[in-house]
Design a protein around this ligand. Structure first.
Ligand code: FAD
Ligand code: FO1
Length: 448
């Protein structure tokens, strides 16, 4: 593994015990740099290798829809690990407490974790650092180019980030070594009773699970293969038409780390699809996605008004008192009770299926700005709804998608108009000129 993928969070005192990978964002066995790194260390030290996952029941407003998807994926993680001779343990409670306790009770020698730029995981890491005295590493297993290597600062836009990523891609976008059957066994005790766990889980059950997408790393790989074979070659043509199913639908898998974005990039590049489609797909998958991590990593207020660029805050402030033709509150928006049939349809699609079309997400968030009292309220409502209903919510892409739509992040100033000021506007008429709004609205109505 390229050593720049890992960084030391704590030097600690070396012990002889097992190496443990605390899995959080990258919930898969294959193509996982954090696990590959942990195994390399364990092999060198001739020690056992284990993976722990620490389950919290109040993660950023997630409901059974997201927990169900995640837990079904983790069942597979446990099975695949056991075939590789790697132990698995599921811990319950605050990771800042239960991970150090596990390390202590099992005399762990080295701790490895995966990387997330979000505040929650960073504060968990800090707590773990305070409570353990052993070498503790963080590995960026999520991005093709490790976030701290891609750029040393917050980037203005895709145009400033793209050349940096392109320069580094040949160094990082290489095939993965395969995980070996681990030669030093470790029995951590009980197997997880997944059915009981799911029954007992104290999470919001009012947002139900969905069945159009199968969770887990096996299903993720099959979805990738299907997309590459059947849709990638027309991605450039179809991806922005919500009445078609032209996107990959990989975002839930990528969010939970059930597939590696690097694996997706490697397979897309090997596909010999039409050049324009391949380039458009890699732009979203690598440049835009990793730009979101860059934003959240260098801007800890990523989900606040303060994170918007100066020009956008200034223009939104000037237009604060502009009259709003329509004003809706959270409940009216949540129940899709607006005057706009297209907006209502995308909101319903998200509530029912747990995934809104990418093109419509921009329209959806911009209309929330237009129909609420302030940009702060719009941002709060958009994040709340996104995180509550989307399978891929609670992700840097979500915070940045909302900040792009409402606060001009990574965008530029446009012609000034009411409410939006110089933030880019999107209209119903514009959508109508791009695709058949009628057939899209009808399709959503048929979902129930
Ligand atoms: P594809 O078009 O098949 O793209 C492949 C992958 O590229 C995606 O899985 C994703 O990882 C990445 N990608 C695609 N578009 C973007 C983008 N605009 N920015 C960053 N990465 C991108 N994405 C999330 O993963 N989670 C969210 O919560 C989320 N919320 C959003 C909210 C708003 C208001 C907006 C405007 C965008 C949001 N996005 C979010 C980004 C984007 O809309 C989704 O990633 C995409 O629609 C997912 O569908 P797909 O996997 O079929 O995409
Ligand atoms: N990661 C965890 O380590 N433990 C959890 O209990 C957990 C729940 C969870 C629920 C919904 C969701 O969308 C993600 C969830 N994650 C969980 C993963 C989380 O995205 C990553 O851990 C991030 O790295 C945290 O910033």
């Amino acid at each position: 593994m390229n050593p720049d993928r890992a960084r030391v969070l704590k030097e600690g005192r070396g012990k002889t015990g097992p190496v443990v990978y605390w899995m959080s964002r990258d919930q898969r066995v294959e193509d996982n740099w954090a696990l590959i790194f942990a195994q390399e260390l364990a092999l060198k030290r001739r020690s056992p290798l284990g993976v722990v996952f620490s389950l919290t029941e109040d993660f950023l407003g997630a409901a059974i829809r997201q927990y169900g998807f995640m837990l079904r994926g983790l069942v597979e993680v446990e099975k695949v690990l056991s075939k590789k001779g790697i132990a698995f343990a599921l811990l319950r409670g605050d990771p800042g407490e239960v991970v150090p306790r596990f390390a202590d009770e099992n005399v762990v020698g080295v701790l490895v974790t995966d990387f997330s730029p979000l505040r929650t995981k960073r504060s968990w890491n800090e707590m773990v650092c305070q409570r353990v005295d052993l070498p503790f590493y963080e590995v960026d297993a999520h991005n093709v180019v490790p976030c701290w290597r891609a750029s040393p600062k917050q980037e203005y836009a895709a145009r400033t980030f793209r050349p940096k990523i392109r320069r580094l891609l040949p160094e990082y976008c290489k095939d993965f070594p395969s995980l070996k059957v681990h030669p030093h066994p470790w029995d951590t005790g009980d197997e997880v009773d997944w059915n009981r766990l799911r029954r007992e889980l104290r999470v919001d059950r009012s947002v139900p699970e969905v069945d159009w997408i199968k969770p887990g790393e096996g299903a993720a790989r099959r979805a990738l293969d299907r997309f590459v074979k059947e849709k990638l070659f027309i991605y450039d043509r179809d991806r922005n038409d919500p009445s078609l199913d032209g996107q990959s639908n990989l975002s839930p898998y990528i969010h939970f780390g059930q597939i590696s974005a690097q694996r997706v990039a490697l397979e897309a590049a090997r596909s010999r699809a039409d050049q324009k489609s391949e380039a458009a797909f890699l732009e979203e998958l690598v440049v835009r996605r990793e730009l979101s991590d860059n934003f959240c990593f260098y801007n800890p207020g990523y989900d606040s008004f303060g994170a918007f660029p100066d020009w956008a805050r200034k223009t939104l402030n000037i237009h604060r008192a502009d009259p709003r033709e329509y004003l809706y509150d959270l409940k009216e928006l949540e129940r899709a009770e607006t005057h706009d049939d297209l907006w209502n349809a995308v909101q319903k699609e998200m509530v029912i299926r747990g995934k809104m079309h990418g093109y419509m997400r921009m329209y959806w968030a911009k209309k929330i700005l237009e129909w609420t009292r302030s940009p702060e309220e719009a941002q709060k409502i958009a994040i709340y709804l996104n995180d509550r209903y989307e399978l891929d919510g609670r992700d840097p892409n979500g915070y940045v998608g909302v900040a792009w739509s409402i606060g001009g992040v990574h965008d530029r100033a446009w012609k000034e108009r009411e409410i939006f000021g110089k933030v880019r506007y999107m209209s119903y008429q514009g959508a109508k000129s791009k695709f058949s709004v009628e057939s899209y609205v009808e399709r959503v109505a048929s979902l129930g």
